[in-house]
Each structure stands twice: as structure tokens, then as C-alpha cells.
Design a protein around this ligand. Structure first.
Ligand code: FAD
Length: 171
């Protein structure tokens, strides 16, 4: 196994950390928040994590930017978990590059809007924020959630800085 210099803190550079941490495979979510004009702003995240079951609580880690400001101001947000056919959504909500595709549709399931095409969705209320260096942890209570009714709930995965699909159970 090649050394990524993680054992030598004084030599650790950002690139080594990124390469090592990219080997932790994740799903991909889109955080959504509605502004006072009813426009939806979205941001792609892979830092979405389940924190506790009772009460149901999740966390996302965000850099300063528009979404960070909206969550701080509004205190609520939606999370849409992307399926294997939703790579364009991830690109769109990370780079703002529509690339000719129509803007994704959102649906209000309970109180907040989440992507109509999502394998799972969550509506969340921020209960705590923790600033950690260049990011803020938004810890949030889940007020409603659900999953796709379709047979296929195959996820879009992010691993080694590339998109993947088709996870297979180990027999
Ligand atoms: P925008 O306001 O659109 O700004 C874009 C970027 O500009 C910001 O992210 C930030 O780097 C910079 N910026 C803007 N305003 C400020 C400011 N005031 N101070 C400092 N910098 C500023 N991002 C995360 O934060 N957390 C994640 O977990 C995460 N996961 C990702 C996973 C994947 C697979 C991909 C492709 C991207 C991920 N990103 C993540 C990046 C994120 O999707 C983009 O940065 C997105 O544009 C953020 O939207 P925004 O509205 O918050 O930022």
C-alpha cells in the first residue's frame, strides 16, 4: 500500500488528505432551500451523515457560500438522495452548470421542497451548528422523510473522486 504521508502530520498536505479520504465511499445528496421569492437553491453534498435515531438527526458539513448563508438564516432545509441516473443533478448543484438540461423539478412532500426524482428525501430543522476550521457542521432534526416508490432505489455513489453505480451485496 502506498504511503500517503498520513502518519507524518508535519508533512501532511491537502492533496494527500483528499486522496486518502476520497477512498471513503459515500452517497450523494442535494441540500435545498427556498428563498423569499420561492426560488430553490441547491448544493451537492457527500458529507450527509445520520447522527442519531431518537430523535432522528442528521448532519451536513458546508463551506461558507450561498447555501451556508441560507441554512443559517432559515434554519430548515431539504435533502434529496440521488439515484444512479442523477449524475447531472450532482454536477448542476455543484458547478451551476445546467449543460442544456431542464432545471430539475422539486416537490413539496410535507413542508419543504426536495427533488421530485430522488431515491430518498428528508425535511430537516437545524438544531445546532458547529464551526470547524473552514466548514460548519449543520446538525438537524428530521421532521419528515420518505423513499422512492419505484422498484429501483439504486444510489449514485462517489468514490475516489469519481461517480459510481451498481453496488452489489457481498454474498
Ligand atoms: P456558492 O455560493 O455557489 O459558492 C460556491 C463556492 O464558492 C463555495 O462552496 C465556496 O467554496 C466559495 N464561496 C462562496 N462564498 C464564499 C464566502 N463567503 N466565503 C468563502 N468561500 C465562499 N460542499 C460542501 O460544502 N460540503 C459537502 O459535503 C460537499 N460535497 C460535495 C460532493 C460532491 C460529489 C461534489 C461534486 C461537490 C461537493 N461540495 C460540497 C461542493 C458544493 O456542491 C459546491 O461548492 C456548491 O457550489 C456549494 O453551493 P453553495 O450555494 O453553498 O456555494
Amino acid at each position: 500500500m502506498s504511503a500517503l504521508k498520513c502518519s507524518a502530520i508535519e508533512e501532511l498536505d491537502g492533496q494527500s488528505f483528499r486522496q486518502a479520504v476520497s477512498l471513503f465511499a459515500t452517497g450523494i445528496g442535494v441540500i435545498s432551500s427556498e428563498d423569499s421569492h420561492g426560488d430553490i437553491h441547491g448544493a451537492t453534498v457527500n458529507s450527509f451523515t445520520s447522527i442519531s435515531l431518537e430523535p432522528p438527526t442528521i448532519m451536513v458539513s458546508l463551506k461558507p457560500g450561498k447555501m451556508h448563508g441560507m441554512l443559517t438564516e432559515r434554519g430548515s432545509f431539504g435533502v434529496s438522495i440521488l439515484g444512479e441516473n442523477h449524475k447531472d443533478y450532482s454536477a448542476y448543484y455543484s458547478r451551476r452548470d445546467l449543460n442544456g438540461m431542464p432545471a430539475p423539478e422539486f416537490t413539496k412532500r410535507q413542508a419543504l421542497k426536495t427533488l421530485t426524482d430522488a431515491i430518498a428525501w428528508f425535511e430537516c430543522e437545524v438544531v445546532k451548528t458547529v464551526d470547524v476550521n473552514d466548514h460548519t457542521l449543520f446538525i438537524a432534526r428530521v421532521t419528515a422523510c420518505g423513499k422512492s416508490d419505484t422498484d429501483s432505489q439504486a444510489p449514485l455513489l462517489f468514490f475516489a473522486s469519481k461517480y459510481h453505480h451498481n453496488p452489489a451485496p457481498i454474498a
